[in-house]
Ligand binder design. Structure first.
Ligand code: ATP
Length: 454
C-alpha cells in the first residue's frame, strides 16, 4: 500500500495517468486531467462496473439521463433547500473551512454533521479549534453554503434561466422510473443504474482525486415492493463486496463496512452503510449503500403531475416502491486501486522496481510488444498489428534497452511483455514475460492470441 500521497501523485503524473488540470495556466485548484493511461483505466473500471451491476445482473438495466434537469427536480429532492454545508472563514488569514469537518478532524468521535449552526459555532469557540492554515481561533459566524453549481440556460439572464449542474446522478433515475418500468415492462424488483458526471461546489476539496468539484458517479437505484421480505440491503452489500474483492481484487484488509448510527443518517435514509477504504490520509468513504425508502418517488409524486406509482400485477394495488442505493465515485475507486496496486518491490539483486499490479481487466494495456534490437522491428510490428486486429489491447515499444523497457511496462501495469529476438526468426516463438512473477516463457507466435485471451 502507498504510504505517501505525494509519491503516488508524482508517479501518476510521470507515467501519463493523471495531470494537474489547466496546468499550463497555473492550474485550476483541485481539478485533474486524465492522461492516455488514466483515461483507459477509467474506461476499464466503468466497463467492469457496468458489466457486473447492469449487464450480468438479472434485475438491472441502464440509463443515461441529462446533467441539467428542471429545477423542480432539485426542489422536490430537497437539494435546493437542504444541500448545504456550514461555511466559516478564518478572520485572520481569510481561509475558508467546513465547520463540521474542522471539528471532526480534531474530535473524530463527535458527529458534527448533525449539529445545528449555533452548536457548531459554540463548539468551535469553547474547544478553541484552530485554523489549520494559520493556527488562530477566530472564525466568522457560520454561513449556509449551497453546494450546487448554478448556471444559466438560454440567452436570457434572468431568474427563470437558472439551472443547476446535477450534484448526483440518482435523481435522473427517479424521474425516469416510470419511463423505464413501462417501456421495458419491468416487474419489481428491478434496478436502474447509471454513471456520469456530478458536480459539487465543495468547500474543502482535496486529497488529490478523493474529493473534487467535478467527478463521476456510478449509481444504482434498486426498486422493490414494500412487502418484499427479501433482505435486499444485505444482497447489495454482498454484491458490492464481491465486486471489490473478486472483480477489482482489492484486499479485504484495506476496506471495511461502517454502519451509520441513527444521528448520522441523511434525511432520506433509514439505513446507510459506507464502505471505507484505508487511504494514506486515513479511512475515507468509498461507496455508500443507503436505504432511501420511498422518499424520492414520494417527493416527485407530490411535486409533479406524474403518477410514479407501480401497479402490483398480483394484488392490483398501486404501490410506491422502496429503494436501496449503492453509490460510488469513479475517481475514489480509482484512487483506492492506485493506492493498493502501486508497489515498489525490492528485487533479489538489490535493485527495486515500480510495479502497478493491476488486475488484467483494469490494465491500460494487456501486452507490450518489443523487438530485442531495432533491426527486428518489422516482424515485431507485424505481431503488434495482428494482436490489435484480434482485439487485444497492445502497445509497442522499441526505445531503450530491454531491461528499461520491462521496467516501464511494469510501472504502467502491463501484465505481459512479448520480446521478439533472433531465435524467433527460426523457431517462430517469442519470449513472454509475466509482470508479477517476471518469469519468461517461450510461446509460439501463432498461439499468442489464445494465450493472451485465456
Ligand atoms: P462525503 O461525505 O465524502 O462528502 P457523501 O456522503 O456526500 O460523501 P454521497 O452523496 O453518498 O457522498 O455520494 C456517493 C459517492 O460519490 C461517495 O461515496 C463518493 O464515492 C462519491 N463522491 C461524493 N462526493 C464526491 C466528491 N466531491 N469527489 C469525488 N467523489 C465524490
Amino acid at each position: 500500500m502507498v504510504k505517501k500521497m505525494e509519491e503516488l501523485i508524482s508517479f501518476l503524473k510521470t507515467n501519463g495517468f493523471v495531470f494537474q488540470g489547466s496546468e499550463i495556466y497555473g492550474g485550476l485548484a483541485n481539478s485533474w486531467d486524465y492522461g492516455p493511461l488514466g483515461a483507459q483505466i477509467k474506461l476499464n473500471l466503468k466497463n467492469l462496473w457496468w458489466d457486473f451491476f447492469i449487464k450480468s445482473n438479472p434485475y438491472n438495466v441502464g440509463l443515461d439521463s441529462s446533467i441539467l434537469l428542471n429545477n423542480k427536480v432539485w426542489k422536490a429532492s430537497g437539494h435546493i433547500d437542504g444541500f448545504n454545508d456550514p461555511l466559516v472563514d478564518c478572520k485572520n488569514c481569510q481561509s475558508r473551512w467546513r465547520a463540521d469537518k474542522l471539528i471532526e478532524e480534531k474530535f473524530p468521535e463527535v458527529n458534527a454533521a448533525k449539529m445545528s449552526y449555533q452548536e457548531l459555532e459554540d463548539f468551535l469557540k469553547t474547544k478553541e479549534i484552530k485554523c489549520p492554515k494559520c493556527g488562530k481561533t477566530d472564525f466568522t459566524p457560520i454561513r449556509n453554503f449551497g453546494l450546487m453549481f448554478k448556471t444559466q440556460q438560454g440567452v436570457l439572464e434572468d431568474e427563470n434561466s437558472v439551472v443547476y449542474l446535477r450534484p448526483e446522478t440518482a435523481q435522473g433515475i427517479f424521474i425516469n422510473f416510470k419511463n423505464v418500468q413501462r417501456s421495458l415492462r419491468k416487474k419489481l424488483p428491478f434496478g436502474i443504474g447509471q454513471m456520469g458526471k456530478s458536480f459539487r461546489n465543495e468547500i474543502t476539496p482535496g486529497n488529490f482525486i478523493f474529493r473534487t468539484r467535478e467527478f463521476e458517479q456510478m449509481e444504482l437505484e434498486f426498486f422493490f415492493a414494500p412487502d418484499d421480505q427479501t433482505d435486499w440491503f444485505a444482497y447489495w452489500m454482498t454484491m458490492v463486496k464481491k465486486f471489490l474483492v473478486e472483480v477489482l481484487q482489492l484486499d479485504e484488509s484495506n476496506f471495511r463496512f461502517r454502519a451509520h448510527d441513527q444521528t448520522e443518517l441523511a434525511h432520506y435514509s433509514t439505513q446507510t452503510v459506507d464502505v471505507e477504504f484505508d487511504f494514506p490520509f486515513g479511512w475515507g468513504e468509498l461507496w455508500g449503500i443507503a436505504n432511501r425508502g420511498n422518499f424520492d418517488l414520494t417527493q416527485h409524486i407530490q411535486n409533479s403531475a406524474a403518477d410514479l406509482t407501480y401497479l402490483d400485477p398480483t394484488t392490483n394495488q398501486k404501490i410506491i416502491p422502496y429503494v436501496i442505493e449503492p453509490s460510488v465515485g469513479l475517481e475514489r475507486l480509482l484512487l483506492a486501486i492506485f493506492c493498493q496496486f502501486y508497489v515498489i518491490e525490492e528485487l533479489k539483486d538489490g535493485t527495486s522496481r515500480e510495479v502497478l499490479k493491476l488486475p488484467r481487466a483494469l490494465a491500460p494495456y494487456l501486452v507490450s510488444v518489443m523487438p530485442l534490437q531495432k533491426n527486428l522491428a518489422q516482424p515485431s510490428q507485424k505481431i503488434y498489428a495482428d494482436l490489435l486486429a484480434s482485439g487485444i489491447n497492445a502497445t509497442y515499444d522499441e526505445t531503450g534497452n530491454v531491461g528499461k523497457r520491462y521496467r516501464r511496462q511494469d510501472a504502467i501495469g502491463t501484465p505481459f511483455v512479448i520480446t521478439y529476438d533472433y531465435d524467433s526468426e527460426t523457431d517462430q516463438k517469442v519470449t513472454l514475460r509475466d509482470r508479477d512473477t517476471m518469469e519468461q516463457t517461450r510461446v509460439k507466435i501463432n498461439d499468442l492470441v489464445d494465450y493472451l485471451k485465456r
